[in-house]
Structure formats: C-alpha cells, structure tokens
Design a protein around this ligand. Structure first.
Ligand code: UTP
Length: 291
C-alpha cells in the first residue's frame, strides 16, 4: 500500500461568505488568533507527516506564496533587534525548500476542478485534501486520524461529523452502511441534499484521503450543485469501483469560511492559548455580560 505523502490545499475560491474582506484579502489569509487559516491547516498536515504541500491558488491569492517564503528585511530587523525567539519561531514555520508547490486554478469552477488542477504534482499516489477554511482542534491532527484509518483499510477516506438534521442541506452528506468504532463503511454521498432527503446526518468536513483515479473522473468536468465541478460527485462515482470509508474524527471543527464560525474559532483558540487566556477572558466578559 502506498504511503500518503502529499496534500492538496484548494485556496482559489472567491470566499463570498466573507465579503467584503475577501474582495482583497484571500479568505485563507484571515487570521485565527495570530496566524492565517492556511498556516493552521499546513501545520495540521505537517504534524500528520505530510511531506509535500500543494496549494491550488487563483487570482488575488499570491499573499500565500509570500507568507511561506523568507521576508529578508523583517528577518534582518528582528535579528538586529535581538528578537531571536520571534525570529526562530517564524523560521521554524517555513516549509523547507521544495516542500511546497503552487498551481493556479485559472477560474473557480469548483472544488473538484481545484483538486484536478494539482494532478500532475500528485502523480500516481494516494493523497490528502484539506480545506483551509475548516480548522480542527483535536487530540491528534484530524488529517492524521484519516491517514491512520487509510493505513488500516486502504481505499479512500472521507472525514465526517454529525450535524443536526435541520442543517444537512448545507453540506455533503454520506450514506453509511455499517460502523466499527469511528470507521464507517459507506455506499454513497450527496452534495447539499434538499431538506428532508439527506441519507444521514454525517456531513463531510473537508479532510480526505483519495486515490489518484479520482483525477480521471474529474477530467470529465461534469458540473453538479451550483453549476460547479464538485469533488463530492467525483467521489460518488469513484465509489462504484473503489472502497470508501467515512471517519468520524475526534476533535472540534470550526468553519472559518462563515462569519460566526470564524468568530467561534478565534474565541475558542485564543482561550486555549496559555499566554492569552486570562487577558481574553477579561476582555470578553463585559462584552458577553452586557446582553
Ligand atoms: P468553499 O465553497 O468553502 O469556498 O470551498 P468559497 O467558494 O471560496 O466560499 P464561499 O462559499 O463563496 O464563501 C472550500 C475551499 O475550496 C476552495 C476555497 O478556496 C476553499 O478553501 N475552492 C473552492 C477552490 O479552490 N476553487 C473553487 O473553485 C472553489
């Protein structure tokens, strides 16, 4: 069985739910606590053993290339001022040379199309996909849990979480067949099912391990919900010939592509930072108590 070494991060979407900010600031560069979303998600993948990071970028997204590169003037200034701790932390977060690739999705045709744009860099091996607008806080990296599941059962893994029945129409939803602990055998999935028609309440989170055959299906460029080339549709098709398992991960997710989800992430993750917790509580208490 081939090891999962590479991960795709689709970052070419328009981020309409975060307008007007997303007009000129890539949604994936919005900070949660003190680092952009994409930083959190790359760190998750690195902690799970991913060795190569592929960002699918688009118009207005070049800030991410600068973010994961040296900033010579800043580094020299920090050094001259003796701020070595800060400098070391910045340098430790940089990918090693050649570890990160960028490919451009020339128009936002959908998540499936974004993933397909990375096909030549991935080649003929299984790979991970992480959506950077979802941050997951858990005892171990969420994508690492998916990779561990893949190492056990092979095939394709889709990380899921239960959502209230009334919310299923907002997500990709899987059809479960049987369950063994957190691992769920599945037979289908559907993108944003109309209310009352969802096959379960297990929604797709934005973490996947996929086999390279998905690229052949995506190259058919079939459009689905919203007129977009959907990854969910391609996975549903691949399921006809390959094994798929859903994985009900351990942890807490924050959908930072949404205003309230982003706010929740900022509050929750700030409160988890020992250096910020008490000041954050003091700042938040009067705001929350005022209601
Ligand atoms: P979303 O649907 O959450 O992102 O896609 P979006 O389209 O940017 O956001 P809204 O709904 O308009 O607010 C999940 C991830 O897939 C990327 C996005 O950048 C996001 O990180 N994506 C989406 C692409 O890279 N290309 C696309 O064509 C669509």
């Amino acid at each position: 069985m081939k090891r999962v070494r590479k991960a795709i991060f689709p970052v070419a979407g328009l981020g309409t739910r975060m307008l007007p900010a997303a007009k000129t600031v890539a949604k994936e560069m919005l900070p949660v606590v003190d680092r952009p979303l994409i930083h959190h998600v790359i760190a998750e993948a690195r902690a799970a053993g991913i060795e190569h990071f592929v960002l699918v970028t688009g118009r207005g997204k070049t800030a991410m290339e600068d973010y994961f590169d040296h900033h010579v003037e800043l580094e020299e200034t920090l050094k001259a001022k003796g701020k070595t701790e800060l400098l070391d932390a910045l340098l430790a977060d940089l990918p090693k040379e050649g570890e990160i690739s960028y490919v451009r999705q020339m128009a936002p045709h959908g998540l499936g199309h974004a993933v397909w744009c990375a096909r030549d860099i991935i080649g003929d091996e299984p790979f991970a996909v992480l959506l950077p607008d979802v941050i997951v806080d858990g005892p171990t990296p969420c994508i690492g849990q998916a990779i561990e599941a893949y190492n056990q059962v092979g095939g394709n893994i889709v990380v899921v979480e239960p959502v209230p029945e009334s919310e299923t129409h907002k997500y990709g939803v899987v059809t479960p067949v049987s369950r063994d602990g957190r691992l769920i055998k599945m037979s289908g999935m559907v993108e944003k099912p109309p209310q009352g028609t969802a096959p379960s309440n297990l929604s797709v989170l934005g973490r996947y391990v996929l086999q390279p055959e998905i690229f052949d299906i995506l190259s058919e460029r079939q459009r689905g919900a919203g007129g977009e080339i959907q990854l969910t549709d391609a996975m549903a098709k691949l399921m006809q010939t390959q094994a798929f398992h859903a994985y009900d991960y351990e942890g807490e997710s924050y959908d930072c592509g949404d205003r309230i989800g982003w706010l929740r992430a900022n509050v929750a993750l700030t409160l988890k930072r020992p250096d910020l917790e008490s000041a954050a509580r003091a700042a938040l208490a009067p705001l929350l108590g005022a209601k």
